[in-house]
Design a protein around this ligand. Structure first.
Ligand SMILES: Cc1ncc(COP(=O)(O)O)c(C=O)c1O
Length: 353
């Protein structure tokens, strides 16, 4: 079986003539810009925000290319990885006809976007140890299966998925395999980004929202073949990353050292918090985490969730997900927040059991 991206892309997208802005058609130096119906007098702000931003975020991609060691032509940026997830559906999955495979418990947006786009959903739950059920995935694949969604390290379980399993899926499936690495910077495991050359069907998602601390700017990254990036560029809105976000991201990308310090600090706090919570009475398990959050199993977890909420501490109750009965997911906070969380949990345990 040969991977053929042209068989995967929706025929109307293959044929699509994308919107072409003046910025696409002219790349030289111009001193009079009367092409885009911008406000020629300026803006109420003292910056050049009267102009549309670079549609392809070239400066950012060059910097990312240097940091992540992927050619700029293989990088696509979205308004958060959430936009990229939606674009992958709209580019490759035919509504009412195609299907995708998800591996719950996992990040819910794959399912939400499949539903928004009227794409069939096939489910291969993770095994009880939160690893891929590769045999089940392979059984589910049919001629209309376009994308297999894999999240590693996985949200909400926190663990990394076995690399060999992911490689098996990549080797045996002729559609796209999306590996969502939103939490990769907190993990001791290697990213799949350096495997793009080996797998033309691999799409890796990362984000600036987690380790980079820039959730408010909404910038997600996709690393894939030139062909996949080309199709996403055809489908995206022309100016999908605002100028403000682009400017601030460029500044942040200068601060790799500071970001690495934050990652190290968060990982240390995660390890310490996991130890403290695991030692609390009635806590059944704190699952191993390669992320900046912990999944905690405790009887009556939903009650504890509500108690924490009443104290103004918001965590996620994950109890309704497969293999996640009686669990809450907590993000690692700062020192003060972690202390308050632990104190509130101790108070609830004391009064409940
Ligand atoms: C696994 C996973 N992927 C993607 C996202 C979304 O990231 P972004 O902020 O880039 O849209 C999240 C956010 O929680 C996530 O957990």
């Amino acid at each position: 079986m040969q991977f053929d991206i042209k068989k995967l892309v929706r025929p109307n997208i293959e044929q699509l003539k994308p919107y072409s802005s003046a910025k696409d058609e002219f790349t030289g130096e111009a001193h009079i810009l009367l092409d885009a119906n911008e406000n020629s007098l300026g803006s109420p702000l003292t910056k050049w925000y009267n102009r549309y931003p670079d549609p392809y975020q070239k400066e950012i991609k060059e910097k990312l290319s240097f940091i992540i060691k992927v050619p700029a032509s293989q990088i696509f940026l979205g308004n958060g990885s959430d936009e990229i997830i939606d674009l992958l559906f709209r580019t490759f999955c035919e509504p009412g006809k195609d299907n995708i495979i998800i591996c719950p418990p996992t990040y819910p947006m794959y399912e939400v976007n499949a539903n928004i786009n009227n794409i069939g959903i096939k489910t291969a739950n993770l095994l009880p140890d939160f690893q891929l059920n590769v045999a089940h995935i392979e059984q589910l694949v049919d001629e209309h299966t376009k994308i297999i969604w894999i999240c590693s390290p996985n949200n909400p379980t926190g663990n990394s998925l076995d690399r060999i399993d992911i490689e098996t899926v990549l080797n045996h499936f002729n559609g796209l395999v999306v590996v969502d690495e939103a939490y990769i910077n907190f993990s001791k495991h290697k990213s799949f980004v350096q495997s793009l050359e080996d797998y033309p069907n691999l799409v890796v998602l990362q984000t600036l929202s987690k380790a980079w601390g820039l959730a408010g700017l909404r910038v997600g990254m996709c690393f894939a073949s030139d062909a996949v990036v080309g199709y996403l560029n055809k489908v995206k809105a022309p100016y999908n990353i605002s100028m403000v976000s682009q400017e601030l991201v460029l500044k942040a990308l200068e601060e790799v050292g500071q970001v690495n310090d934050m990652i190290q600090h968060l990982v240390e706090m995660r390890i310490a918090l996991a130890e403290v919570i695991a030692s609390m009475p009635y806590v059944e398990k704190v699952y191993p985490s390669d992320t900046n959050f912990l999944l905690v199993k405790i009887p009556r977890a939903s009650e504890m969730y509500r108690f924490l909420r009443s104290k103004g501490i918001i965590v996620r109750d994950r109890s309704s997900l497969p293999h996640c009965e009686d669990t809450i997911r907590v993000t690692v906070g700062n020192e003060q927040e972690n202390t308050e969380l632990v104190d509130a949990m101790a108070e609830w345990i004391e009064k409940t059991f």
